[in-house]
Design a protein around this ligand. Structure first.
Ligand SMILES: Cc1cc2nc3c(=O)[nH]c(=O)nc-3n(C[C@H](O)[C@H](O)[C@H](O)COP(=O)(O)OP(=O)(O)OC[C@H]3O[C@@H](n4cnc5c(N)ncnc54)[C@H](O)[C@@H]3O)c2cc1C
Length: 449
């Protein structure tokens, strides 16, 4: 019997287990899913209980299975949730969906063990690994899949980090109780202007927050708003083999102009690239990937990771009425006074300015440089040389199908990953439309070997 251990029971780990249970004959495989949270199938994105935290992808694109595109829509109908294909469903419901799929597979098969603990290390053995849990318990494994997803964001990049111990510095916006630290009249500064910022502002608004809310990022770019119903034909052939990111962007801009001249929308042009984004990324030399990260990725992220229209309407209204201010600026220094208030110094176009606030909220994206992560598991894996960072430090070095590469460049056939850790390898890998394909392919591979 093949022993498979999956570390991380967020959407990636859960989808993989479901696919494995569907693909494998239960007599041939035993699966252990290790998750440090209390619930499986939720992870960071789908743990929220708040109704205004919506999926940022329309329901029609959120099926768990690439070969059954209507699966989520059908499940919604069967479970008396009245949403259509272009609706943005509360994320809480998506968490229910994944958990219920897992429960259904588990009822059919007895080959899954769920362990609610943190995995702290992987020790290589002659047959595979021993997974060591934080409690000291050990689980033998022929094959391990790291599905550890999103990590905490880095602290803001300022020289003096003494402010991080202040009570109202909130680094983990998704942790229970983080939101309650903010009083209704507190002036709040949010660092980051992406989708996490949007969620946090919606939280504040839903509780009748009365203090000032400001959000700052280097470019001050907000996520674009979704606009559905437009299509654009693929122009992937024109991009094949291009090794300069600026060449790719020139062609994309040309098509945006064509789309807009023909009554379509720029979003449809970006969306038409989705099926080939991984391929385009892989054809770029490392220096071009770095150039993209430094100069273009913020614009790409704002265009690609969009707000549902309901969220955009609230954010736009708050900006128009002055209850939310979005600032572009580079943070230079953060200090606290005796009362615990923050003084944040930033620069913009050569001049400097200050923001004073009662609460400082970190909505920077998840830390992607694995050498800086606080996870014992990651530290031990890196320390042992079982894994290494990819060339642009966006994740772990791996083959495009998820086999991890060790410090000597050896590609493992026993240690795999999917989802966020593949960002440096594939770039487009953090959302369900990509993760479900990775999970299905990996399950088939594991089940057939
Ligand atoms: C706020 C937010 C909203 C999003 N909305 C959408 C959306 O609408 N549509 C979409 O397609 N994508 C969305 N995403 C992208 C999201 O990343 C994916 O959809 C998906 O949730 C990723 O799942 P994951 O399992 O890879 O990662 P995670 O959700 O981070 O789950 C990883 C799990 O691994 C566990 N874990 C980590 N290390 C260990 C360890 N050592 N031992 C034990 N357990 C461990 C963690 O506790 C966690 O539960 C969103 C992301 C965020 C952050």
């Amino acid at each position: 019997m093949k022993k498979v251990v999956i570390i991380g029971g967020g959407a990636s780990g859960t989808l993989l287990v479901i696919d494995l249970l569907r693909a494998a004959k239960s007599q041939t495989i035993s699966i252990t899913l290790v998750e440090k949270r209390e619930k499986i199938g939720r992870g960071v994105a789908y743990s929220t209980a708040l109704e205004h935290h919506l999926l940022n992808v329309p329901a029609a694109k959120m099926s768990a299975f690439p070969d059954e595109p209507d699966h989520f829509l059908n499940w919604l109908g069967e479970n008396r949730h009245s949403f259509g294909p272009s609706d943005f469903v509360p994320r809480r419901i998506y968490g229910e969906y994944l958990s219920s799929l897992l429960d259904a597979e588990v009822r059919r098969s007895a080959s899954l063990v769920r362990v609610f603990e943190e995995a702290a290390d992987l020790e290589p053995t002659d047959y595979g690994f021993v997974v060591k849990l934080a409690s000291g318990k050990e689980i033998p494994a022929d094959l391990v899949v790291l599905a550890f997803g999103n990590f905490l964001p880095p602290h803001p990049s300022v020289p003096d980090l003494s402010f991080i111990t202040a009570e109202k510095y909130i680094r983990d916006v998704w942790s229970e109780g983080s939101f309650e630290k903010i009083d209704a009249t507190d002036d709040v500064l949010i660092i980051g202007t992406g989708l996490s910022m949007v969620d946090f502002v919606l939280n504040l608004r839903s509780t009748g927050h009365q203090g000032k809310i400001k959000a700052i990022s280097t470019k001050g770019l907000l996520p674009a708003e979704h606009r559905l119903g437009y299509t654009y034909p693929s122009f992937a052939d024109e991009l094949k083999g291009l090794e300069k990111i600026t060449q790719i962007f020139t062609i994309v801009r040309k098509h945006v102009a064509v789309a807009e001249a023909n009554g379509s929308d720029w979003r449809a042009v970006i969306d038409s690239l989705r099926p080939v984004t991984q391929e385009l990324w892989q054809q770029l030399p490392t220096a071009e990937k770095r150039y993209f990260m430094q100069h273009l990725s913020r614009h790409w992220n704002a265009a690609r990771h969009r707000m549902p229209p309901a969220a955009a309407a609230i954010i736009n209204e708050m900006i128009a009425t002055g209850s939310l201010e979005v600032i572009s600026g580079r943070l230079r220094h953060i200090s606290t006074d005796a009362a615990g208030r923050f003084l944040v110094n930033y620069s913009r176009e050569g001049s400097q300015d200050y923001i004073a606030c009662d609460a400082l909220v970190n909505c920077i994206a998840s830390q992607s440089n694995f050498t800086r992560l606080e996870s014992d598991l990651v530290k031990n894996l890196l320390g042992r040389g079982a894994v290494r960072c990819d060339a642009v430090s966006l994740g772990l070095d791996a083959s495009p199908d998820g086999r991890l590469i060790d410090i000597n460049g050896v590609v493992s056939d026993r240690l795999w990953t999917l989802g966020t850790a593949l960002k440096g390898t594939l770039w487009e890998t953090t959302a369900i439309p990509e993760i479900r394909i990775q999970a299905a392919n990996l399950a088939e591979r594991i089940a057939s070997t």
